[in-house]
Ligand binder design. Structure first.
Ligand SMILES: [Zn+2]
Length: 229
């Protein structure tokens, strides 16, 4: 008990940059937990899509997981808790969430819009509200960028899911038409997903095209170490 009180007292006064840890730590920890759950869910959706013979959709869910690894890494760094343990949700609990690929896509899209993007928006607002000109430190940018990039990537995932639905409606089994959907690339800095060889700056984090990595090259590899700032 005494220790708990002591930790609380330290957290109240300790800061990451100018942001109070008592504000940023619970916010980011909650987001990390939710992202971990989502990553496990996407893993099952990927498996389901492969079983239904939608390899391109399975690749999209695989690329989403890769993006989430990068988002989670950035959040952990932002709160300086890189060693935080990753609570695994039991596959049994998650399996009840897996439906047909069509339903999984719809659920993913709705969850992103109704929960995740909203949560990022609120976290950014809360953190910005705790910052004053006097308290601001350069390290605060790491926390804010991490959240803004996470939010940007989520928004792009919604767009991708809408596109996938459009193709599915036409019963095209998500065949590539104009874009090379068979070749997803993920930005190693922020986790943003694009299709086909990248030619421009990442629209989420503004880093050059070299930071994008194709899915095939990186299936077994952990995200490359990359500074957030
Ligand atoms: Zn990026």
């Amino acid at each position: 008990m005494r220790n708990n009180n002591l930790i609380k007292a330290i957290e109240k006064t300790t800061k990451i940059g100018g942001i109070k840890i008592s504000v940023s730590l619970p916010l980011l920890k909650k987001i990390i937990d939710k992202e971990l759950l989502l990553k496990q869910q996407y893993q099952l959706f990927e498996k389901q899509a492969r079983e239904e013979e939608y390899p391109n959709i399975a690749n999209v869910f695989q690329a989403f997981q890769k993006g989430l690894n990068i988002i989670i890494r950035n959040h952990k760094r932002a709160i300086r808790k890189e060693d935080i343990s990753e609570a695994e949700h039991s596959e049994k609990d998650l399996k009840s969430l897996v439906k047909s690929t069509r339903e999984n896509i719809e659920k993913s899209k709705l969850d992103l819009s109704a929960q995740y993007i909203k949560e990022y928006k609120e976290a950014i607002k809360k953190i910005k509200n705790t910052l004053t000109e006097e308290s601001y430190r350069i390290e605060d940018d790491v926390v804010i960028y991490s959240l803004q990039w996470g939010q940007g990537v989520k928004k792009s995932h919604v767009k991708v899911l809408k596109l996938v639905q459009k193709y599915l409606k036409k019963e095209l089994k998500f065949e590539p038409i104009n874009l090379d959907y068979t070749n997803p690339y993920v930005c190693e800095v922020c986790g943003h997903l694009i299709f086909g060889k990248p030619k421009r700056l990442c629209p989420v984090c503004d880093n050059p095209p070299e930071f994008f990595d194709s899915l095939e090259n990186n299936i077994k590899k952990e995200p490359v170490e990359q500074e957030v700032s």
